[in-house]
Design a binder for this molecule. Structure first.
Ligand code: INI
Length: 154
């Protein structure tokens, strides 16, 4: 018989840090709302959620690193919105932020989830911030809850 292990979607008594970019805050505020809403719906407490605002997505990994290493949080949830412009600027931000966040997961052992929308237009971003394609903040927070519980078992 196979052994199958997965993390429960139970956020009770867990503390979460949310790092969120102020750049494109029309979008990122919706991601924060989605993340906080799902954490409390999964049994988490609002007073165990800390929200840290940074200027732009590029600054997310440094703040997330400080939070992950502090030992105060069960998981760190990273939220941002990088919308493609007329130059390749966004590509540098996306690749650096994604690899910075992955590196933090492996170095700290603390789940650091990726809720950064990377898309071509404001319309696509709105679709992913509570519109017709869901909410990346909800996804990233749900993944954080699941990983915290999974890591306790393996
Ligand atoms: N930051 C974002 O979060 N999203 C963007 O779309 C974006 N664009 O397009 O420029 C952006 N730029 C700012 C960047 O994250 C840094 O804050 C800035 O370069 C200072 O380090």
């Amino acid at each position: 018989m196979t052994i199958q292990i997965q993390g429960e979607l139970n956020a009770a008594d867990k503390s979460f840090a949310i790092v969120v970019s102020r750049f494109n805050d029309l979008i990122t505020r919706r991601l924060v709302d989605g993340a906080c809403d799902i954490i409390t719906r999964l049994g988490g407490q609002e007073d165990l959620i800390t929200i840290v605002w940074v200027p732009g997505s590029f600054e997310i990994p440094l703040a997330a690193a400080r939070l992950a290493r502090s030992g105060k949080y069960s998981a760190v949830i990273c939220l941002g919105a990088v919308i493609q412009g007329s130059t390749s600027h966004h590509e540098y931000i996306n690749s650096q932020v994604a690899s910075g966040i992955m590196q933090l997961n492996l170095e700290t052992g603390v789940p650091v989830t990726f809720g950064i929308i990377t898309c071509e237009s404001m319309e696509q971003a709105l679709d992913r911030a509570g519109g017709k394609v869901g909410n990346k903040g909800v996804e990233a927070a749900t993944a954080a809850v699941e990983m915290v519980n999974l890591l306790k078992k393996i």
